[in-house]
Design a protein around this ligand. Structure first.
Ligand SMILES: O=C(O)CCC(=O)C(=O)O
Ligand SMILES: [Fe+2]
Length: 274
């Protein structure tokens, strides 16, 4: 049965910048993915240490993981249909060399900085091109698809439409001591874990207009990652959340050049809807 997507849901995605397809993964697929993600967690901690946030792309570890469930996720008909209905049939997720998994830290709570994944500065684009790109719906559609209940991600609805930050957003994004990416690898014996958890929560909650994305196992959340967002993590809440992107062919070309450090131009006409 196709996933029921109402016009109001589509309109809301454009306005708010995020949407959740509730319980769209079948239980058998969740089970298979959990099994492989258990292995992926061990790999992530081996490769990046106890505080590892992710393993991405999972394809890189094909010799240790069974990638079939990830392929099943990428091919899932109701999911493909829901994305086609929300965006267009040209929007495709589940690229094997992009899809990864987000995990909980082993010992110490931490949060990322409040951030936008791409800004005028990091886009390396002229201001007018960045403006085009910001308003282009093919751009910066990111996925969090949890295999366990997951309330780590917070998002500021509507912020994806604003090229300029509001003064309160810029102020709230400044990290006080002890929170943010830079403090991820704190020594578990040297920090008070409860104080650390509280500091991360206060910082996370301090962003005006932020909402906590409360996701359940098998939900699929799509969000415009050029809007303000954060991940806030505690070691006692298990996390294995597929982390992925939706590409059009044109956006994929742009993104692959940009992520390698290039400065590709953004051609608006090349991305027009068909
Ligand atoms: O953990 C999350 O859900 C968000 C992670 C994130 O925004 C990032 O690593 O850029
Ligand atoms: Fe991010």
């Amino acid at each position: 049965m196709p996933y029921a997507l109402r016009d109001a849901d589509v309109a809301n995605y454009y306005k708010e910048g995020y949407i959740v397809f509730r319980q769209i993964l079948p239980t058998a697929l969740i089970r298979d993915l959990r099994r492989e993600c258990e292995k992926a967690l061990r790999i992530a901690r081996r490769v990046s240490g106890a505080q590892a946030q992710r393993l991405q792309p999972v394809q890189q570890y094909a010799d240790e993981l069974d990638l079939r469930p990830f392929k099943d996720y990428a091919d899932l008909p109701p999911l493909r249909a829901a994305i086609a209905a929300l965006l267009t049939p040209r929007h495709v997720y589940g690229h094997a060399d992009v899809c990864g998994v987000l995990f909980e830290p082993e010992h110490v709570p931490w949060c990322t900085d409040w951030h936008r994944d791409i800004t005028l500065e990091s886009s390396r684009l002229p201001a007018e091109d960045f403006q085009e790109l910001l308003l282009d719906w093919n751009f910066s559609n990111q996925i969090n698809c949890p295999l366990y209940d997951d309330a780590c991600t917070w998002f500021v609805p509507g912020s994806h439409l604003r090229p300029q930050n509001l003064p309160g957003e810029s102020a709230a994004a400044k990290q006080p001591a002890g929170v943010g990416w830079a403090t991820r690898n704190a020594d578990a014996t040297a920090v008070d874990l409860v104080e650390r958890e509280r500091a991360c929560l206060n910082y996370t909650q301090g962003m005006p207009g932020a909402v906590q994305l409360r996701l359940h196992a098998g939900d699929f959340c799509l969000y415009r990652s050029l809007g303000w967002h954060i991940g806030n993590y505690v070691p006692y809440m298990k996390r294995a959340t597929l982390h992925d992107k939706v590409f059009t062919p044109e956006y994929e070309v742009w993104w692959r050049q940009w992520i390698k450090g290039g400065s590709p131009r953004w051609e608006k006409k090349a991305t027009a809807a068909v």
